[in-house]
Unconditional design. Structure first.
Length: 105
């Protein structure tokens, strides 16, 4: 369904800010806000999804759980649990060369 909204500039700017912070679109933020009005927690789900995506992207870049935690401000345990839940192996850092490898199970 298509819905047209007329939002004040300040409201649009706030929606855009939330969208950028959570790596999503303004449409998803507005949708989450509407869902939140009906059933609270949609914004929290959106933020959790953004945190998860940020961790998985960093994993794909070859970063270790510890480095991902340092860069994102998350706990190492949360990073590791998120990675494991996605079925991904740990990236390990080789001490001699400083290069990263993916651990094979």
């Amino acid at each position: 369904m298509r819905v047209e909204l007329n939002l004040p500039d300040k409201v649009w700017a706030a929606c855009l800010n939330v969208a950028e912070q959570n790596h999503t679109s303004v449409a998803r933020v507005v949708e989450a806000a509407i869902r939140d009005a009906i059933r609270p927690s949609s914004i929290a789900k959106l933020q959790t999804e953004a945190r998860r995506n940020q961790i998985l992207q960093a994993w794909g870049d070859g970063l270790t759980d510890r480095v991902i935690a340092e860069r994102t401000g998350e706990l190492v345990q949360y990073v590791a649990a998120t990675r494991r839940k996605a079925g991904l192996p740990a990236n390990i850092q080789r001490r001699a060369t400083g290069t990263n490898e993916r651990k094979t199970a």
